[in-house]
Design a protein around this ligand. Structure first.
Ligand code: SAH
Length: 346
């Protein structure tokens, strides 16, 4: 009977060293292979040129490297690149490279599909199939880093977990991936350049604070009124704003790091004075800034971006209340690569 080969990147460095010792080899061989797997991002055992042919064959007999494959790459008029990434089991996720004058930002996925049901998000229409493994998240980052070097002559500068899925519902794997991305044995990136975006799972926000993570936190708020938020993000019914608020206060107390709120203003949904006042009030709880995101239409028009006047009023009111506000223009809309548009359409 054929033995099932193990995913070699599920092993820690220690486990890999132990494996080689058990094989009668040196623990050091584990370090060499580990370096190939992560820092050098080898796709095959063949690539490991400083490992003997025999050892490579032995690894081949026992393990697999479940490397992702960029199935298709699309380039937008504005330079944005979208990768459709094929996983070892044939499922597909998407990741995006967003270039600006000074930065290259990778937007990566954490799950195949999403279990949340935000009414305005295309990914929500895909069933959640499974969580991504740490190596599958890591590979997306490496692929985008390579593309950034190739097309923009510079390495990746920032990473946002704003692709498909809810990162805090795949917390352990996201954390392991970030460990590799930030470790010198991986990509050696600073955690200050990484942002995890969540729809707001209070228990997990507290856990992150307890785990003393060093990356940034963004919360997709979109409304500071429970009824409104529940109508567009139904899971809010289970995690109401009071709980979210409490978890964010806890986060700030422990980490002393500002929170970013992501916020889209929609016509007739959250563009009234009452909505603005509620947001201003919510912003008083913990030090924060607000990123107003442009709406990327995904449907038949149930959701429409509020007009400029309403947006201006939002921005002015926030500024008057000394709240830092940024307006984020959409990127990659023509190739369905913008926020909330990732739905494996091509
Ligand atoms: N699940 C995580 C990360 C994925 S969504 C989260 O909710 O934060 C990344 C961001 O895109 C979130 O702020 C989300 O609310 C926003 N978004 C979703 N659909 C959108 C759309 N159609 N237009 C603009 N932003 C959208």
């Amino acid at each position: 009977m054929a033995t099932v080969k193990k995913d070699i990147r599920a092993l820690t460095k220690e486990q890999l060293r132990d494996f080689f010792v058990k094989q009668g080899d040196k623990a050091f061989r584990g370090n060499q292979v580990y370096e190939w797997l992560w820092q050098k991002s080898a796709h095959t055992f063949e690539d490991m040129t400083n490992i003997s042919k025999e050892t490579r064959q032995m690894l081949e007999d026992n393990f697999v490297i479940n490397h992702i494959k960029v199935d298709t790459m699309q380039r937008s008029n504005d330079g944005t690149i979208k990768n459709a990434v094929r996983l070892h089991d044939g499922l597909i996720v998407e990741s995006v490279l967003i270039p600006t004058a000074t930065r290259s930002t990778a937007c990566v996925s954490s799950q195949v599909g999403c279990s949340l049901d935000c009414k305005f998000c295309a990914t929500a229409r895909l069933k959640r199939m499974r969580n991504l493994n740490p190596d599958e998240i890591y590979d997306q980052v490496v692929a985008i880093d390579n593309e950034s070097r190739l097309y923009f002559n510079r390495p990746l500068s920032n990473i946002v977990f704003m692709g498909m899925g809810e990162p805090l519902m795949n917390y352990n794997n996201v954390l392991k991936a970030i460990d590799k991305i930030t470790s010198d044995e991986g990509l050696g990136m600073s955690p200050k350049r990484i942002t995890v975006s969540t729809s707001g799972v209070p228990k997990m926000i507290k856990k992150m604070a307890d785990d003393a993570v060093k990356f940034n936190l963004a919360v997709s708020l979109h409304s500071a009124i429970d009824e409104v938020r529940t109508s567009i993000m139904p899971f809010n019914d289970n995690f109401p704003l009071d709980d979210l608020r409490e978890s964010l206060e806890y986060w700030y107390q422990k980490t002393k790091r500002k929170i970013s709120y992501e916020y889209v203003v929609w016509k007739g949904i959250n563009d009234s004075q009452k909505d603005i006042d509620a947001l201003v009030n919510f912003c008083k709880y913990v030090p924060c800034k607000v990123n107003i995101i442009e709406y990327n239409p995904i449907d038949d028009g149930e959701f429409q971006q509020a007009n400029n006047e309403a947006l201006e009023h939002y921005i002015n009111t926030l500024e008057k209340n000394r709240i830092v506000v940024n307006v984020r223009r959409s990127r990659g809309k023509d190739i369905d690569a913008a926020c909330g548009q990732l739905a494996n359409k091509s």
